[in-house]
Design a protein around this ligand. Structure first.
Ligand SMILES: *Cc1c(COP(=O)(O)O)cnc(C)c1O
Length: 529
């Protein structure tokens, strides 16, 4: 299997090159040349498979055997999910008749990003060790310097995915004092020598600007071989397809063999990575109803599906009247579900490519090139004008596979309350609540014959502010007793590993990275496993 950029070009990459490159040089995202179909006997053969078995089976369809042998792939997958606290990795929890929650938060940082980042770290290490083992004596070893900015969630999942990996060092910038105390502690209490937390006196946007400039600095980038772990990395999407299959079998197992279930997956969405994985599963042949895109007030995607407009700022609303919600300098609204506070969703570009492809005529010889050209045009118009006219035929193609709902902070709080009061009582985090609210709205409109699975993206203890706000009037609720996991107790008092940068200044950050490049233990070549 080879991969190419959504924005075109001749270049075809192997899986290894795709994973190590991340973003294509022309700004596009890598997608596979074809979407593979499931083997004809998948329903019977995969039925009793574990998470690891399904992962090996699905990943094998996208990775050539001569790139990673089956034995190595299984070893990498097993190692990645050993760090999870639940034997099923992503267990399914029944809420009521035909309503389920898929708990994706049993990894080391209690958030769904662990599912992909645990695997990504092991893939990086595997590829770099193999490359370095083939170098002649004295030849410079290949290393990766991962640099990222975080407002909380991604940073800790990336740090836990890359800690202690050979030939990889990771620098995560966070805005000092603007990350929740638990998330800051999760990141800064990791003491592995290859992990560096940089606390910048500034905002999240400042941190992100510094990271963007570092990637744009050709010299610096070439010297340090910068790598990104954001959700545009293809391996992250691929890893996330697995739980759609696993949960399908879980539900199918409860039905009589002749009955075929049609599941509706509801996905709280930010950068469109998690739900895009569901789209790939659907295209591969997993039976499912329309996927439900659940957004918070940052609703560019809900507006795309419902109003048929793709524009950064809602031209139909006077922004100044939206008084309750805070809006940052970049135009992003601050909500109770901060991991989904985005202006545009980076992975949406991948879906747009498939939509362009379906509407690019029937001539197989020119269709792919035409799709890349259309897509590149849309992306460049979006960049310059902040909006793009999407043809109605394309919208209709998008509506065939997806529905979308926008959920307010009020609805989010109400859902946390109603699920706490339900029997059995269940405490959910605000992101999961956005999905639950969207699921309810969709179910109330349709017949209710479909099984619904809401993807739960974080443990409620990670977002204590929203949870305690929602449940403050509940006399039987006690955050420490009912929600706080043992792993978080005492976390705030543990030793910290953090470098302070007193101003949002790129040169100060460069100096930190350069300083470590010279004395980092990971700069000693490691060969062999
Ligand atoms: C990242 C994240 C999301 C959004 O996932 P995308 O793949 O970006 O759509 C939702 N909830 C939580 C808790 C997250 O960390």
């Amino acid at each position: 299997m080879k991969y190419f950029s959504t924005r075109g070009g001749r270049q075809k990459l192997s899986f290894e090159e795709t994973v190590l490159t991340g973003l294509a040089p022309n700004g596009g995202l890598y997608i596979p040349e074809t979407i593979p179909s499931l083997p004809s006997d998948w329903k019977t053969k995969w039925k009793a498979y574990s998470f690891v078995d399904i992962s090996v089976a699905v990943l094998s369809l996208y990775i050539s055997r001569d790139e990673i042998s089956e034995v190595d792939l299984r070893m990498l997958v097993e190692k990645s999910y050993q760090t999870f606290r639940h034997p099923e990795i992503t267990p399914l929890k029944k809420l009521s008749d035909k309503r389920y929650v898929l708990e994706l938060f049993h990894g080391p940082t209690f958030a769904f990003k662990d599912v992909a980042l645990q695997l990504l770290g092991n893939l990086f290490e595997f590829f770099l060790l193999r490359r370095n083992a083939q170098k002649a004596p004295g030849e410079k070893p290949e290393k990766l310097t991962v640099v990222g900015a975080t407002s909380g969630d991604t940073g800790s999942a990336a740090i836990y995915g890359l800690r202690n990996k050979a030939n990889v060092s990771i620098f995560i910038l966070h805005p000092k004092g603007r990350v929740s105390p638990i998330q800051e502690a999760q990141m800064t209490t990791v003491t592995d020598a290859n992990v560096h937390n940089i606390s910048v006196a500034g905002t999240f946007d400042d941190c992100q600007d510094i990271v963007k400039s570092l990637f744009g600095d050709t010299n610096f980038n070439a010297t340090h071989r910068l790598g990104a772990v954001n959700s545009i990395n293809w391996a992250r999407i691929l890893a996330q397809t697995v739980y759609y299959f696993l949960s399908y079998f879980h539900i199918q197992a409860q039905l009589s063999p002749a009955e075929d279930v049609e599941i509706q997956y509801v996905v709280p969405t930010g950068n469109f990575g998690d739900i895009l994985a569901g789209y790939y599963a659907k295209r591969m042949g997993l039976p499912m109803a329309k996927l439900v895109v659940a957004t918070n007030a940052n609703d560019i995607l809900a507006r795309f599906w419902n109003a048929g407009k793709y524009e950064k700022v809602d031209s139909a609303v006077d922004l100044t009247s939206d008084g309750k919600q805070g809006t940052s300098s970049s135009g992003v609204k601050e909500t109770l579900s901060p991991a989904m506070d985005i202006l545009v969703s980076s992975n949406f570009e991948r879906l747009l490519w498939y939509l362009a492809y379906e509407n690019a005529g029937t001539d197989e010889a020119t269709r792919m090139t035409a799709a890349c050209e259309t897509l590149a045009g849309w992306m460049s118009t979006m960049k310059s004008d902040g909006r793009v006219e999407i043809p109605i035929a394309v919208l209709e193609t998008a509506r065939r596979d997806f529905l979308a709902e926008r959920i307010s902070d009020e609805q989010t709080l109400e859902i946390i309350q109603s699920h706490f009061e339900a029997s059995p009582s269940y405490v959910v985090d605000p992101h999961t609540a956005v999905g639950l609210a969207a699921g309810q709205i969709v179910a109330s409109r349709e017949s209710g014959a479909t099984h619904q699975i809401m993807l739960s993206t974080a443990h409620p203890a990670k977002f204590s502010e929203a949870v305690t706000l929602a449940l403050r009037g509940q006399s039987t609720f006690n955050f420490e007793r009912d929600v706080l996991p043992a792993e978080f107790v005492g976390l705030l008092d543990r030793k910290r590993n953090v470098i302070e940068v007193p101003q949002p200044d790129i040169d100060l950050v460069k100096a930190v990275i350069e300083g470590f490049a010279e004395r980092d233990p990971s700069s000693e070549t490691v060969v062999g496993l």
